[in-house]
Ligand binder design. Structure first.
Ligand code: G3I
Length: 301
């Protein structure tokens, strides 16, 4: 097939992009979005600071714009993200303990209920593990409400929207390392105890190399009985950019429970990684070598 989305669909997968509501009126952006992608993720619009600017007062205006864009394209919508230590609204940043725990669970329940039946997969919890060699949880006001905050969030999300796949999402978990093994052990424990978790997102914000065990890392998670998804892919521009994109795509295709890939933006100029040119389309919206590498990989699957 001749587009990313249609090519991914040949093997039952999706190919998505993170999109900001502010770019939906940009003609070039919108043409590429509607032609190439069959999944969307709101880049910021469904995060806590955007959806609950003051406690228990919800604003879904921009989140709904992304949702409706996805619906109009017949695309899957990934919800991102119910709980994250960054982009907490100011009122939550200054909370702790049982008051914060109640506020967190209210947030999960209300937002997941608003989008009930419309979200393919939710990043229920984002980036809760520490960097480095500890394999431990990241310290945050969320974590300090008690180590069970993650499972409590997954249970609340399941109760609110039983049809959404519920994911844990993180970065620097793209190969076998202490951080990814910490996540692996949590998922294994959740599956053993019946905590509802359906998928793990691997952000895959990559530099000029990719871990040699990228595919086997995806596979070890899939073998726990969860789907895996590449959720925020971007790759520093260097000699290997197209190759790395191709390697990621082939790794997903090789793991039957890898259900899709999302790139974190469309054109280089849309990226959060200013100056790194990490995406599939250049600033003018032209296809890069990395685009062709991904398309070819999708069609070789
Ligand atoms: O909307 C305001 C605007 O009104 C204001 O004038 C401007 C000035 O700073 O800021 C704008 O908000 C910015 C927002 O992006 C929208 O552009 C925030 O400051 C900025 O912090 C925010 O950055 C986002 C970042 O998450 C926040 O940590 C990036 O767009 C977004 O791409 C990035 O995405 C994250 C994923 O959610 C999780 N994984 C890592 C990934 C990359 O950091």
């Amino acid at each position: 097939a001749s587009t990313l989305g249609a090519s991914a669909a040949q093997t039952g997968r999706y190919f998505g992009a993170a999109i900001p509501a502010s770019k939906l009126g940009d003609a070039t952006f919108s043409r590429i979005l509607t032609t190439e992608f069959n999944s969307v993720t709101p880049e910021n619009e469904m995060k806590w600071d955007a959806t609950e600017p003051s406690q228990n007062n919800f604003n879904y205006t921009n989140g709904d714009r992304i949702l409706n864009q996805g619906i109009s394209m017949g695309a899957k919508v990934r919800g991102h993200a119910l709980l994250w230590y960054q982009q907490e609204p100011g009122w939550a940043q200054s909370m702790s303990g049982s008051a914060l725990r109640s506020a967190m669970m209210n947030h999960v329940t209300k937002v997941a209920t608003h989008y009930k039946g419309k979200i393919y997969a939710w990043d229920v919890v984002n980036e809760a593990f520490a960097d480095g060699g500890s394999g431990a949880r990241r310290d945050s006001n969320l974590q300090r409400t008690g180590n069970d905050w993650i499972e409590a969030a997954f249970k609340a999300a399941r109760a609110a929207d039983p049809n959404a796949k519920l994911c844990y999402n993180d970065y620097n978990t793209d190969g076998v390392n202490a951080k990814s093994t910490g996540v692996y052990n949590m998922v294994k424990d959740f599956k053993a105890r019946g905590v509802p978790i359906d998928c793990v997102g691997f952000q895959s914000h990559l530099g000029t190399s990719i871990p040699g065990d990228y595919q086997s890392n995806l596979k070890r998670f899939a073998d726990l009985g969860v789907d895996v998804q590449i959720t925020e892919l971007d790759v520093a521009q260097g000699g290997n950019q197209a190759n790395i994109y191709s390697t990621v795509t082939k790794a997903c295709l090789a793991v039957s429970r890898c259900t899709g890939i999302t790139v974190w933006g469309i054109r280089d100029s849309d990226s959060w990684r200013t100056g790194e040119n990490p995406l599939l389309f250049d600033n003018s919206g032209n296809k890069k070598a990395a685009y062709t590498a991904v398309l070819n990989a999708l069609n070789s699957g």
